[in-house]
Design a protein around this ligand. Sequence first.
Ligand code: ADP
Ligand code: ASP
Ligand code: MG
Length: 408
Amino acid sequence: MALIVQKYGGSSVGTIDRIRNVARRLLDTAREGNSVVGVVSAMQGVTDRLIKLAHEVTPAPSERELDVLLSTGEQQSIALLCMAIQDMGGKAVSITGAQAGIRTFGSHTRGRIGSIHPGFMLSRLAEGNILICAGFQGITEEGLIHTLGRGGSDLSAIALAAALKADVCQIYTDVDGVYTCDPRIVRDAAKIPSLSYDEMLEMASSGSKVMQARSVEFAKKFHVAFEVRNSMNNNPGTIVQEEIPAMEAVAVRGISIERGQARVTVSGITAPVAYTAKILNALAEAEINIDMIVANTAHDGIARQSFTMHVNDLGHAQAALKPLMAEFGPNARLETEAGLAKLSVVGIGMRSHSGVAATVFQTMADEGIPVGMISTSEIKITLTVDERDVERAASAVHAAFHLNAIKP
Ligand code: ADP
Ligand code: ASP
Ligand code: MG
């Protein structure tokens, strides 16, 4: 008998028919003789709707109250799913984040999991119940509700699989697995049979939101292998696991896209101040996450510095940096550009295969797509392009690396 954790995302529980479909799948897994823990998201669209409601009440809702509000989405779906299982003759109990013993710390709306105390869950499992746990939520030592960041039910599932020492962890969604690129953007994207935690992490954190990036980090740290599968069929999915040597045979595993990017450039810097530290400190104080950073100093000693960030942060970044400009010299200027997207090419095989960057840039040149900023890690190359060009760029790079040739 195995302990199986199955996570079902918002689209998989988006309607009552789909909730019944999930109930049937969980029940079938239990009837095969397994202990079953379901982790579910809010019904599709519910979290967005709740956020919109909060912003209709006030432009700056309190994060504490947002957490109280948003966590109700998952509580609706766990109760409905338990009712569906019970209606089919099964035994199921709903479990909130607090009942699951998920202790969090950090800030509201982006709580971090500190520990899990699974006693209550284990005793309900021992009574022969299917457990239906609310994803995306936990509770602080002081008893305050936290949510775990958008897409956080993935993290709940991986963390519960680790705490319960599950034999199997399956993430069910609305596509057959992790593809070489978002299959809604590149039509001939291929399902990847298996990939390493690092590749999944780089893809997730550069826009492939099929998995929440933090959940993959957690899986890597606690060695939780998992499989991404489709809740509407029984096709084999994508296994995400420790790196195995054969994985390096392929240079490029996948391509990610992230829209809604903006660039800020401070140019004409002549004053001999520690400008990089000043700029970064000002942005950190304003709680702005920056991503790519490019700095250069010309022969004449005039420096410029650019960074990318989400377009929603652009206004705050300008406000944080304007007061500094006078310190950077009389000709220092602040320029901004919105309407950008990031394109990332990911694969652990890049460590041992040369020429990946050359192929990417040759493809951009052949397509006549101008490239803005560039950054690289050991297993990823990221570049910015105009948002209007990004789908064409992704399709062209996908074809250049023959990614559609990978057999599912
Ligand atoms: P869930 O509600 O199940 O959590 P998500 O919407 O968070 O589902 O994730 C599934 C979606 O992720 C897919 O519908 C797909 O459009 C998108 N996606 C983005 N990149 C990829 C990728 N590389 N492979 C598969 N799906 C991807
Ligand atoms: N319901 C939450 C969200 O929409 C968590 C999740 O779906 O994983 O972000
Ligand atoms: Mg998701």
